[in-house]
Design a protein around this ligand. Structure first.
Ligand SMILES: Cc1cc2nc3c(=O)[nH]c(=O)nc-3n(C[C@H](O)[C@H](O)[C@H](O)COP(=O)(O)OP(=O)(O)OC[C@H]3O[C@@H](n4cnc5c(N)ncnc54)[C@H](O)[C@@H]3O)c2cc1C
Length: 375
């Protein structure tokens, strides 16, 4: 017998707990970022009833991102959804005042996240998902029903939590991202075209790093640190900006400011239940951003697609659908994220009062150095 269907019938029989007024769908997706849009797309194109919601009125806005993606993401998203603003060839890592370490082959692309996120959401709607913006998931109730910010209730067989680092869906099943990195970023004029990302490693930025990411005639300049150090961020970003102005690389004018939290603890178990509802997590909600680099867009796209497909397979009665989803996520991200989380922890442990942080520890904490990749 199809497991998912039998389960659903039992749930219906015990339907006293389901609110009479609840909208019934097969899959509710919370969040229309890259993970949620991909999940909604994957489920809707298989023909199931999908409702996807986002608390933001306009998809992808405001942008809270430095907008760098690996070139390989083209394999998942055709032409990167027409959102590429410039390509990246290399990475220059600046360790304190040392000359930069040049990683000549570090192919990536700078994208316009508003364009990228909107294109992914559009694809989900075109595949048949019902998409609503300006409405938040307020809570997943103890009976598994989802309460929305407009007062309505949704009863879904599967709830996909793609609602970012502070996921409410994740919270409802006890899956919380911890620790977090906090980041702030400014966008400034770029004085000379540049085809590399610049990374600034410094004792002044525990649990994170500074960056300059070029995007045509502007650049994102930012810094991330461990949550406990977040009050330092405005000064750290201002210092890095001043340095880059002195070096004649960027202009003084600040065009935009943004920031946000990034999961830094590694993956959470992406499968859970809330009473009768199956809960799947994807993207930042599943802790899939890299604890060292902070990169999470590619993992969000991929894990969202897997979550949508797993929901469909489970509803169709594939007994192993959930275990397969867990395994795929673990195979794709487990080892890389475990290494990153361990490297970040080890580096943070080297912060003792005002004592200098050993250079070897800093090198072991960043992907450009062979020490990071050593066993
Ligand atoms: C400053 C900064 C810079 C970054 N730079 C990069 C970078 O250069 N490259 C990279 O790969 N990654 C970067 N990241 C990380 C990257 O942005 C995330 O990993 C990625 O966006 C995760 O996608 P997602 O779909 O899981 O979550 P999000 O993109 O966060 O999408 C979640 C969506 O859920 C919605 N939502 C939240 N709560 C609710 C709710 N209760 N109900 C309904 N909707 C809800 C939100 O409005 C949002 O649209 C950066 C992060 C920050 C903060």
């Amino acid at each position: 017998m199809l497991l998912g269907q039998a389960w659903w019938r039992r749930r219906r029989a015990a339907g006293a707990r389901l609110r009479m007024s609840a909208l019934e769908v097969d899959v509710l997706v919370a969040g229309l970022g890259p993970a949620g849009s991909r999940a909604a797309w994957a489920a809707a194109r298989a023909g199931v009833r999908v409702l996807a919601i986002d608390r933001r009125r306009r998809i992808g806005e405001p942008v809270q991102c430095a907008e760098l993606v690996p070139a390989l993401l083209r394999q998942e998203v055709d032409g990167l959804a027409g959102a590429v603003t410039q390509t990246i060839e290399a990475m220059h890592t600046h360790l304190e005042t040392e000359p930069p370490e040049v990683t000549a082959h570090f192919p990536g692309a700078m994208i316009e996240r508003t364009v990228f996120d909107a294109a992914l959401a559009r694809a989900a709607c075109e595949a048949g998902a019902r998409c609503r913006t300006g409405v938040a998931l307020a809570a997943v109730e103890a009976d598994g029903a989802a309460r929305l910010s407009d007062g309505s209730t949704v009863s879904a067989r599967v709830i996909i939590g793609a609602d970012g680092p502070h996921s409410r869906v994740g919270r409802s099943v006890g899956r919380l991202n911890s620790p977090l990195t906090h980041a702030q970023q400014i966008t400034v004029p770029l004085d000379r075209a540049h085809g590399a990302t610049d990374i600034f490693l410094s004792r002044a930025m525990p649990g994170g790093y500074g960056w300059l990411f070029p995007k045509g005639d502007v650049a994102h300049v930012g810094a991330g640190v461990a949550y406990s150090e977040r009050r330092r961020l405005p000064a750290l970003v201002a210092d890095l900006h001043a340095r880059l102005v002195r070096e004649g690389r960027v202009g003084t004018r600040v065009l935009r400011r943004t920031g946000g939290a990034i999961p830094a603890g590694g993956p959470l178990d992406p499968v859970a239940y809330r009473a009768g509802a199956l809960v799947l997590l994807a993207g930042d909600a599943a802790g899939l951003a890299n604890p060292v680099t902070g990169a999470g867009i590619a993992a969000a796209v991929q894990s969202g697609t897997l979550a949508g497909a797993a929901a469909v397979a489970w509803m169709a009665g594939a007994d192993d659908a959930l275990e397969r989803f867990r395994e795929e996520v673990e195979t794709l991200y487990g080892p890389a994220l475990a290494r990153a989380a361990a490297r970040r922890r080890a580096l943070l442990a080297c912060y003792r009062g005002d004592a200098p942080v050993p250079r070897a520890a800093q090198r072991a904490g960043w992907i450009a150095y062979p020490e990071y990749w050593a066993a």
